[in-house]
Ligand binder design. Structure first.
Ligand SMILES: [Zn+2]
Length: 115
């Protein structure tokens, strides 16, 4: 297979499981996915200790966020405070992506009406 450093860098496919890390992490939030990524590659690239420290940083940040938002249970389903739809994963604002987006749009529209 020819070298492809953008789509399939060598260390992505080097894991003994034969699985590419992203197949797992795309189902996770940013912090946990990154933590897994750094643990995954810790013994595949040369910066082992740095990778492990980074994994620790992302795990600590996730713990801080979950504690701060009272999301310490393993339940990953949330209900949007505005539209009431149910979604997978933790969302720290309490609003789904769609409602967050329309809220910002409305704010922008109001600002434009005034000027
Ligand atoms: Zn919503």
């Amino acid at each position: 297979m020819p070298k492809d450093n953008v789509n399939h860098p060598e260390h992505y496919t080097k894991h003994p499981s034969g699985i590419e890390c992203i197949e797992v992490t795309r189902h996770m939030g940013f912090n946990l996915g990154n933590a897994i990524k750094y643990i995954w590659r810790a013994d595949l690239k040369e910066n082992t200790m740095e990778d492990l420290e980074k994994a620790k940083w992302y795990i600590n940040d996730e713990i801080k966020k979950r504690k701060g938002n009272n999301l310490t249970s393993p339940n990953t389903e949330f209900t949007c405070k505005k539209c009431g739809n149910k979604y997978e994963g933790y969302v720290y604002t309490g609003y789904c992506g769609f409602c967050t987006f329309t809220k910002q749009q409305n704010k922008r529209n109001r600002k434009n009406e005034k000027s």
